[in-house]
Design a protein around this ligand. Structure first.
Ligand code: FES
Length: 203
């Protein structure tokens, strides 16, 4: 009569040995190194995940400041043929792409200018439409053939000179203007401090 014996499980050829369970003098070292590398990788990945958006945010925050420093840039406004050579000022919007911290605004109006040119001339004279008194928008008075500010009634001649008496402490602010060979008209756009006699550009 055969005796019932204890059956032993022996690893076969196909058995996969879990090294983490390896017993031996160096088993603790192997597991420790593996944990160290896993934690290091997690730290690097976590750091990158945090630093990338932070770096992007810092760049976006600094970018408008950088642009403000370059405020005096020529911006295309219109074409020469859009300005009749009759000496009468015409108003044009100043439009540019703008980035405000996190948001970009395409073709955003940032101000207005008056452009005019004399008979037969290709030279364009540009005046900021912002009143030097307190920053309202100056309008054209077609009857009196002058500029008039609707806020406190400052008046200016068509070439921007002050008409006394005037609440405005100075004449309208002239802007550099250039016409390219294709007839494109660009204005060096700048904002100026209001309420003072000197024409001082904002940074
Ligand atoms: S803001 Fe133009 S007159 Fe005061």
């Amino acid at each position: 009569m055969p005796r019932a014996g204890k059956r032993r499980n022996h690893p076969t050829k196909n058995t996969v040995t879990d090294l983490s369970e390896t017993k031996g003098p160096h088993a603790g070292d192997v597991a420790g190194r593996r944990n160290f590398f896993a934690e290091a990788m997690a730290l690097v990945c976590g750091g990158l995940a945090i630093l990338t958006p932070v770096a992007a945010g810092v760049w976006m925050f600094l970018d408008p400041l950088r642009r403000r420093g370059e405020a005096a840039t020529f911006l295309p406004v219109t074409e020469l043929k859009a300005i009749p050579d009759d000496g009468v000022p015409r108003q044009f919007a100043v439009v540019t792409d703008r980035i405000d911290a996190w948001t970009g605004f395409a073709a955003e109006p940032i101000g207005a200018v008056y452009l005019r040119r004399e008979k037969g001339s290709d030279e364009v004279e540009a005046l900021s439409a912002t009143c030097p008194h307190a920053g309202c928008f100056v309008e054209i008075d077609p009857e009196e053939k002058c500029f008039r500010c609707p806020c406190h009634s400052s008046r200016f001649t068509v070439d921007g000179q002050m008409v006394a008496p005037s609440p405005s402490p100075r004449a309208m602010d002239g802007l550099a203007c250039r016409v390219d060979k294709n007839g494109g008209v660009a204005v060096k756009w700048q904002n100026f401090y209001t309420g003072i006699a000197e024409k001082v550009a904002k940074p």
